[in-house]
Design a protein around this ligand. Structure first.
Ligand code: PFF
Length: 464
């Protein structure tokens, strides 16, 4: 069976693909703006704590379930739950993952599509005329672009096409190959931009903002937001890591891999912050809205710096590359369900699922102002949940991922036996001396922490 499902060529292939899944818009778009909103330093520290205490243990759990069963989420849970408390009902966790993959991809690829437009604008020199953040927000981002339904749909479909192409070619020839090319390129671009940002006058202030904590600015909301984001950025709670884990061989150490992936993901998020805040601080431009920094403030400041067209362009290429390796993993979760459970061939699964999600995503693309009815839908009535787009993001970030992560932690911590989990974790690793600590984290700390997110969402708070 392994042959028809596919397998990574080796450990490096898996690490690169999984890191590619983790690094995405979450790192380059969302983390910088929530760090900005939550006043830097202390929030960054809490976030790192959440990654270590909750993120890494759950990632270990997901990869473990995938490799143990060599199946994607639905099959994996239904296989491992046989004869256990709860029985087949656990396969609903897998279904929730497929639903989350579908939902997230349908709006994520809309934002990912913007990077194509912005790369084009950078190369054509159009962004060099931006005069202020408000000008960028009005002219390029809000006014002419977001509400232009045709453009939104076109870029979204282009991105879905690229994603589907990679998944179509399979684990090694598609997903792994794309990650092996794009991830090193992404690191290179990031390094060039980091060196560039270190020469700007705002570099020192950016480092202080990020790494000197002021705990008086920290709220319970920031702590839960840090945790919610750790989930999203590490691609946890919906079986993406589980699915990728089902393609690794028994000689890979799961704990080591999970740690390396999380470390790389965190490093990239921090470097992205250093770059962006240095650039912003080096000018006196006011940030008018945190969540649009990436598409308004950054190009505006670039416009005042030398060689702006080039740096702008590689910056948006970087974001596009990062987003693509993430969208691939989202589509792979949905496609692998059809391959494993419905016995579809990979071409059929990837093309069908890609087309269905792309079609549904059109509703998201049109709900940013392009179509009045789609833009007016709002489940929870907040500004950030407006439109089909806001609704999908709300459902995925607030419900699907936390509930999925909670159930995965419960399943691995309480339903799977300690002997089975230890046996799997020792394969490719040898003596796993952190096993007891990991068990405590997965049995108690992770469910309690993620449970707190769910309770606070029920009480009316939101995590975007
Ligand atoms: N981790 C990705 C990011 O930070 O952008 C988003 C993501 C990808 C979430 C894949 C979930 C997933 F399964």
């Amino acid at each position: 069976m392994a042959e028809s499902r596919g397998q990574w060529s080796g450990k490096l292939g898996f690490i690169l693909a999984a890191t590619g899944s983790a690094i995405g818009l979450g790192n380059l778009w969302k983390f910088p703006y929530i760090t900005h909103e939550n006043n830097g330093g202390a929030f960054v520290l809490v976030y790192i704590g959440m990654v270590l205490l909750v993120g890494v243990p759950i990632m270990v759990a997901e990869i473990l379930v995938g490799r143990r069963t060599q199946l994607s989420p639905v099959g994996a849970f239904s296989h491992l739950s046989q004869g256990k408390p709860g029985g087949k009902a656990w396969s609903s966790v897998g279904f929730l993952g497929v639903l989350a993959g579908f939902t997230i991809l349908s709006y994520y690829s809309v934002v990912a599509g913007w990077t194509i437009h912005y790369t084009y604008l950078s190369f054509s020199g159009e962004l060099s005329h931006l005069a202020s953040d408000a000008h960028a927000l009005q002219t390029y981002f809000g006014g002419e672009f977001l509400t232009n339904g045709q453009q939104q749909v076109m870029y979204h479909l282009m991105f879905m096409g690229l994603t589907t192409g990679a998944v179509y070619f399979g684990v090694q020839k598609g997903i792994e190959r794309v990650a092996k090319i794009l991830l090193p390129l992404l690191l290179l671009i990031l390094l060039v931009l980091l060196v560039y940002s270190s020469t700007t006058s705002g570099f020192g202030e950016a480092l202080r903002f990020l790494f000197v904590p002021d705990f008086s600015t920290l709220t319970t909301g920031s702590v839960l937001e840090a945790l919610g984001h750790a989930f999203f950025t590490l691609s946890l709670g919906m079986g993406a890591m589980l699915t990728y884990g089902s393609y690794i061989s028994k000689d890979v150490s799961i704990p080591r891999a999970a740690f390396q992936i999380s470390l790389l993901d965190t490093l990239i998020a921090l470097i992205a912050c250093v770059i962006m805040f240095s650039i912003i601080n080096s000018s006196d431009i006011e940030v008018s809205k945190s969540s649009t920094i990436l598409f308004t403030t950054i190009p505006t400041v670039f416009a005042q710096l030398p060689a702006s067209g080039f740096f702008n362009a590689i910056f948006y290429l970087l974001i596009g590359f990062a987003a693509l390796t993430s969208t691939i993993s989202l589509l792979e979760v949905v496609s692998s369900y059809a391959i494993d459970e419905l016995s579809w061939s990979r071409p059929r699964a990837s093309l069908t699922m890609g087309a269905v999600i792309a079609s549904f995503g059109v509703l998201n693309a049109l709900s940013l102002g392009g179509n009045a009815t789609l833009s007016s839908i709002n489940l929870v009535g907040r500004e950030s949940t407006a439109g089909v787009f806001g609704t999908m993001d709300y459902l995925a970030s607030n419900w699907f991922l936390p509930v999925g992560g909670f159930m995965i932690a419960l399943f691995v911590g309480w339903v799977l036996g300690a002997r089975d989990t230890l046996d799997e974790l020792q394969k490719g690793h040898g003596d796993f001396s952190w096993f007891k600590l990991w068990r405590v984290l997965i049995k108690f700390v992770a469910p309690l922490a993620v449970g707190a997110i769910i309770v606070s969402v029920i009480l009316g708070r939101e995590y975007q």
